[in-house]
Design a protein. Structure first.
Length: 290
């Protein structure tokens, strides 16, 4: 008890927390409350999850697992997964990389940072790729790039739209140059999909950064973002240090990128299925009898 009191006094003395509310928040169990990373609003975790992980105060759209995203997006019981058993090797013998992969596979229930497959969205057949930030911040390694490329090629072959839900910290440094090669590979597959006259939609979720932004995430015929999500290449501090200027407070948020023309539209999670189906119908894809 005295130790906890000392920590509070020390925090106040050092000026790391300026108000009693912030100190009180630090004592809230993580499994009970959620604090929004955008507006700092605190809400019960159960309420946050019931609201599909959307902040009730500022409408920030939080991070979903790949399975949660698929469940919210596609028609029930229509998803057929591709390449489920594909797993990364250790191409540059990075220390403990194999152990970390094994631990994450057990923790997340997926074999790498993306889940791909075919499904129906309001009875329109499509191929989707959903990145999961719980797996190494959805960094793009050899398996992520290969699975996305195969999914795009499958969509091209089937003559159906391809939809990518992106969320990534960038290329995976544990795989060195191999990870950077995935940028060209996925971009080439998108080009062939485009040449075949098929539709590609990207949905940028929190966060989409680094090599993913610099490759397939930015190549959509239509680019959608969820509200308040972070989208960019390099981080704010790196850019400010390079250009020696203060960036706007909303720099790299979806709303800023919509204003600048990088994003075509911002769509709330509860409307995503409807918007995706309408966009596909506008591009001459029609519902089927299932």
């Amino acid at each position: 008890m005295l130790e906890d009191l000392f920590k509070v006094v020390k925090t106040r003395f050092n000026g790391k927390e300026s108000d009693a509310a912030s100190i009180a928040d630090s004592t809230i169990p993580e499994d009970l409350m959620f604090k929004c990373p955008r507006c700092r609003h605190t809400m019960f975790l159960d309420d946050y999850e019931i609201n599909n992980k959307v902040c009730t105060a500022c409408n920030y759209h939080g991070r979903l697992t790949a399975r949660e995203r698929i469940e919210l997006t596609v028609d029930k019981d229509t998803f057929v997964e591709y390449d489920h058993s594909m797993m990364s090797l250790n191409p540059i013998d990075f220390p403990d990389y194999d152990k970390k992969q094994a631990m994450l596979r057990e923790k997340t229930g997926i074999n790498d940072a993306v889940v791909t497959g075919e499904a129906y969205i309001r009875r329109i057949k499509t191929v989707i790729a959903v990145m999961d930030s719980n797996y190494m911040m959805a960094s793009m390694g050899s398996v992520v790039g290969e699975k996305i490329t195969r999914a795009i090629e499958k969509a091209t072959q089937m003559k159906v739209p391809f939809i990518a839900f992106t969320a990534s910290g960038g290329a995976r440094m544990q795989e060195g140059t191999v990870s950077l090669m995935q940028m060209a590979k996925t971009s080439g597959a998108i080009a062939r999909h485009n040449d075949a006259g098929q539709l590609y939609i990207t949905v940028l979720t929190d966060p989409t950064t680094g090599g993913v932004t610099a490759s397939f995430a930015s190549l959509g015929d239509i680019i959608i973002a969820e509200p308040k999500v972070l989208i960019g290449f390099a981080g704010r501090r790196v850019i400010e240090g390079t250009i020696k200027q203060r960036l706007p407070d909303d720099f790299q948020l979806a709303e800023f990128l919509l204003e600048k023309g990088f994003v075509d539209m911002i769509v709330e999670r509860k409307k995503m299925r409807s918007v995706l189906s309408h966009l596909m119908m506008l591009n001459n894809y029609h519902p089927e009898e299932i």
